[in-house]
Design a protein. Structure first.
Length: 237
């Protein structure tokens, strides 16, 4: 396979430039068609959105009730989530090789993010039955999601992707039930580390790990976290 092409949208500017969700979705569709047609390399768009709520195909009315007019209906899997400043969003537009299926692709994206967090000093992982990247329940706190993942595959090429909470305003999640999960929390690197890492340093680390995992060589997945929840605790606090 050829190397992934990474495109940082507005991240290298000072200050960083936020990307409108509608524009990014249209760019995904344009690039997706180009990859399908063999006119563009496998690519990853990396960006930071202006504040927006998006609802995947499985979103219930109850989960989205507080999102208001900012809600955008999208064609990815999963439920409702929020994107905004302080969150690194990645959209891999990648043609899946023969024998690589959606679940394997999701596991590779999760693994890339788990390795980034490990190098920052956080023991994160997968929780059985849940997508995304999590921290385990401990010290009276529930499981906390650090990265959400929602994908779509059409004509063997992926769209949409992941959102890693670096240093966002987590109160934005209070208006929804993030990813439809009520018995766990949402957190960020800024909450979990003594000091929030530099946004561009996290971006570079994510690029390096995705380049490795999306080369589709064999890899050893990190072990799952034990599933332990405390009903009613649905925020990081």
């Amino acid at each position: 396979m050829t190397a992934l092409a990474f495109r940082r949208l507005g991240l290298d500017l000072t200050p960083r430039q936020l990307t409108d969700y509608g524009w990014a979705w249209a760019e995904q569709r344009r690039l997706h068609q180009a990859v399908v047609d063999g006119q563009a390399p496998d690519s990853v768009l990396l960006l930071e959105h202006a504040s927006v709520y998006t609802a995947g195909r499985s979103t219930s009315a109850e989960d989205r009730s507080g999102a208001g007019p900012e809600l955008v209906e999208v064609d990815r899997g999963g439920k409702v989530t929020w994107h905004g400043p302080g969150q690194l969003v990645g959209y891999p537009i990648v043609k899946l090789p023969s024998g690589i299926y959606v679940v394997d692709f999701v596991r590779r994206v999760e693994e890339a993010l788990i390795r980034v967090l490990r190098d920052l000093g956080l023991t994160a992982g997968r929780v059985p039955g849940r997508t995304g990247v999590w921290l385990p329940a401990r010290d009276g706190r529930p499981e906390r999601k650090l990265a959400a993942i929602g994908l779509r595959v059409s004509r063997q090429v992926t769209m949409h992707g992941f959102a890693l909470n670096v240093d966002p305003d987590l109160t934005a999640f209070d208006r929804i039930v993030p990813c439809g999960i009520r018995d766990a929390g949402v957190s960020s690197l800024a909450w979990e580390l003594p000091q929030a890492p530099a946004f561009l340093a996290v971006t570079a680390a994510v690029e390096a790990q995705l380049a490795d995992l999306l080369a589709f060589r064999d890899f050893s997945p990190s072990p799952d976290l034990p599933r332990q929840t405390r009903p009613g605790l649905d925020r990081v606090a």
